[in-house]
Design a protein around this ligand. Structure first.
Ligand code: ARG
Length: 403
């Protein structure tokens, strides 16, 4: 008896996921492996990958486009939440995992599979995100993760694949581990494992080096409706096109790089390089529009929610009840987050230089230092008396008691 009869395998075309195909069949006794390659805007032709899976022994090789769902159902809510893990990482890789899991679970139902599989190893976050998302979406499905158990080195894996007609990679493989989709790129390993080594220019592809960026600033007006980006410079864009256009424009000015030490779910610290030009610019702009349209207490309270929400996404809990509950709060705050934010792009910076909204809470007559001032200055005195009273009483006692 094998570990499963029919498996849907998340497939990227890389060495590990390719080797999973013969491994599942020959070592784990799986009768049928169907691969699923998800197009999430990684800008790669998936047709050759489809062929490769069949060569490696897959009975069927599915290629599915999920990029529209990726943007509207995953990126947009994350932007509304200003989601940044550990204050820096906009979760471009993490957000893709619950969607790929959903695609796997749907394919399993459609093709009558009793298991789904992925090629993640046992050290990363992605295995956690896949496993937890899959069990949340269909608790009855088996989850197989051969690369977590097989104990083969990369060389071993290549040699194993060759026995089953999988050609060894022709190009000298890159020393980096790279994950890429429409929202960004994550780069790890190679020389980057030394936290003191500056990332070489070759690891970047969505953002230009500062030396190559224009000398003149460029301004871009981002329009939001209910917290969702809908236009650039006054022109309406479909969700995917908006991200693509913004990636180009912002990346051209060298904005969107992150170099950070990150705390993984499995307890390891790792050095991560990211580039996510559009996503980061959108979060900066969205957060600014919130500062114009939300009351101070909602904004401040939301920051705590955002932190938790970001941790939940990072830690694979997209489909958890807490994530859903926080989503309710976030959506409730977005009804008036409509308006335009102007960003100035120059030499690696994206700076907010203007904002407007039909729901602006900024009242010039209250804020002005000029003659139109309508703020009741006398009211301040009584307010300060009450506001400071507990501190005053406390301090009196401090003086008397010396404590
Ligand atoms: N550390 C990042 C994250 O957890 C990126 C993981 C990228 N995966 C990869 N195979 N390079 O989201």
């Amino acid at each position: 008896m094998g570990r499963a009869e029919k498996v849907i395998l998340a497939y990227s075309g890389g060495v590990d996921t390719s080797v999973c195909i013969p491994y599942l069949k020959h070592e784990w006794g799986v009768k049928e492996v169907i691969t699923l390659a998800a197009d999430l805007g990684q800008g790669e032709d998936l047709q050759p990958i489809k062929e490769k899976a069949l060569t490696a022994g897959a009975s069927n090789s599915l290629v599915e486009n999920g990029v529209e769902r990726f943007v509207t159902e995953f990126a947009f809510p994350a932007i509304q939440a200003n989601a940044l893990y550990e204050n820096q990482y906009p979760l471009s890789t993490a957000l893709a995992r619950p969607l790929i899991s959903q695609m796997l679970v749907e394919a399993a139902a459609e093709h009558g599979a009793d298991a789904v599989a992925h090629g993640c190893t046992g050290k990363g976050n992605d295995q956690v995100r896949f496993d937890v998302s899959i069990m949340a979406l269909n608790p009855d499905l088996k989850i197989l993760a051969p690369a977590r158990e097989w104990g083969m080195s990369r060389e071993d894996a290549i040699a194993y694949g060759e026995q089953f007609g999988l050609p060894a990679p022709v190009k000298k493989s890159s020393p980096y581990s790279i994950d890429q989709n429409l929202l960004g790129r994550s780069i790890e390993a190679g020389s980057l494992e030394d936290p003191m080594v500056e990332p070489p220019e070759e690891v970047f592809s969505m953002t230009r080096a500062i030396a190559q960026t224009p000398d003149e600033p460029e301004y871009i007006d981002i329009g939001f409706e209910k917290g969702i980006p809908v236009s650039l410079n006054g022109e309406k864009y479909q969700p995917v096109a908006l991200i693509q256009t913004l990636n180009e424009q912002v990346g051209k000015h060298g904005f969107g790089r992150i170099d950070m030490m990150e705390n993984r779910v499995v307890g390891i610290k790792s050095r991560e390089i990211y580039e996510a030009p559009a996503l980061l610019a959108l979060i900066i702009a969205h957060r600014d529009l919130e500062s114009l349209t939300l009351t101070g207490d909602v904004s401040q309270y939301k920051r705590g929610i955002e932190e938790t929400y970001s941790q939940l996404i990072y830690r694979g809990l997209w489909y958890s009840p807490l994530k859903k509950a926080l989503e309710g709060f976030i959506q409730q705050t977005q009804h008036r987050v409509t308006g335009t934010v102007r960003l100035k792009l120059l030499k690696g910076n994206a700076t907010v230089v203007g904002r407007e909204s039909p729901y602006s809470l900024y009242a010039p007559d209250l804020a002005t230092y000029g003659s139109q001032d309508e703020f009741d200055h006398k009211a301040a005195e009584g307010f300060i008396y009450v506001w400071g009273l507990p501190t005053k009483v406390w301090s009196k006692l401090t003086k008397e008691s010396n404590l």
